[in-house]
Design a protein. Structure first.
Length: 241
């Protein structure tokens, strides 16, 4: 009995070995015997729409659908790289889309699940960008553009983001402790799992007199990273071939 969490795979044609690792991991025993698999955002490097006819989205859909067909539910929370993913792809891929900030019960422990970007409140430029691109109007306008134009826009946004990240202080790109406490308080939980920052760790801290736990998932740039939760413990570890 275990529940698995992954995020920040950033699947992309430039890292074919990671796509293969993802496929192998999803077809292996650990996943096939799990109670559920959660993907907490940034599954791909850049999602330009559910109508993308490239090979990668199809491979992803095949991999996750096989997990769900094997009886293991797959849940997905969008990240800042795949916020344009919608219900059409979720249906093809057999997974359930969850709102960022959903609380699920894990073996008796209510746990807040997020991608993590909303917690980075010191990153004012990013939060302004996020507010702009997450409105239904902005998304509809972009999704109405031809695929090629969306791919070009995503490439521009990636280049701009990379340039800005290189001059931002590391601390600005981490979560803000007050935002973490506020989100947990608001959700009424002492446990939080998120990705985004690529700083895998299990943090313990005091939240209004209770011991709270925040687990940060790792990225899949060079190897995989998975959190395995059971009724007894939580194990954050690497995934390799
Ligand atoms: O993603 P990462 O790790 O580099 O940095 C994130 C934040 N950046 C982003 C931007 C994404 O990388 C862009 C890719 C989206 C692909 C799918 C969308 C396709 C449609 C096109 C969308 C425009 O999320 C970064 C944070 C960092 O995490 C740490 O938290 O700091 O935030 C920024 O870089 C935001 C910038 O500071 C401000 C905005 C830059 C983007 C400008 C877009 C311009 C688009 C082209 C216009 C002609
Ligand atoms: Mn992210």
């Amino acid at each position: 009995m275990s529940t698995l969490f992954i995020s920040d795979l950033h699947l992309d044609d430039s890292r074919p070995q990671i796509t293969t690792l993802f496929e192998h991991y999803l077809s292996g025993d650990e996943v096939r015997k799990a109670d559920a698999l959660y993907i907490l955002g940034d599954l791909v490097e850049a999602w330009v729409g559910d109508d993308d006819d490239a090979q990668l989205p199809q491979r992803i859909a095949n991999a996750t659908r096989a997990v769900c067909d094997a009886g293991v539910p797959v849940y997905f929370i969008a990240g800042n790289r795949d916020f344009l993913m919608g219900q059409a792809f979720a249906e093809r891929a057999g997974f359930t889309l969850l709102e960022d900030g959903t609380v699920h019960d894990l073996y008796g422990t209510p746990t807040l699940l997020m991608h993590g970007d909303v917690l980075c409140t010191d990153d004012l430029a990013y939060q302004a960008f996020r507010r702009q691109v997450r409105t239904p109007e902005w998304k509809a306008q972009v999704l109405a553009m031809p695929l090629d134009a969306r791919r070009a826009l995503a490439a521009k946004a990636r280049a701009e983001s990379r340039a800005q990240n290189s001059i931002k202080h590391e601390d600005i790109m981490d979560v803000n402790a007050k935002a973490v406490a506020q989100a947990m308080r608001h959700a009424g939980v002492t446990h939080l799992i998120h990705g985004h920052t690529h700083r895998p760790a299990i943090h313990h801290f005091d939240l209004d007199g209770h011991t709270a736990e925040r687990i940060v998932l790792g990225d899949w740039y060079e190897q995989g990273s998975v959190l395995r939760v059971t009724a007894k413990n939580r194990q954050l570890r690497a995934v390799r071939e």
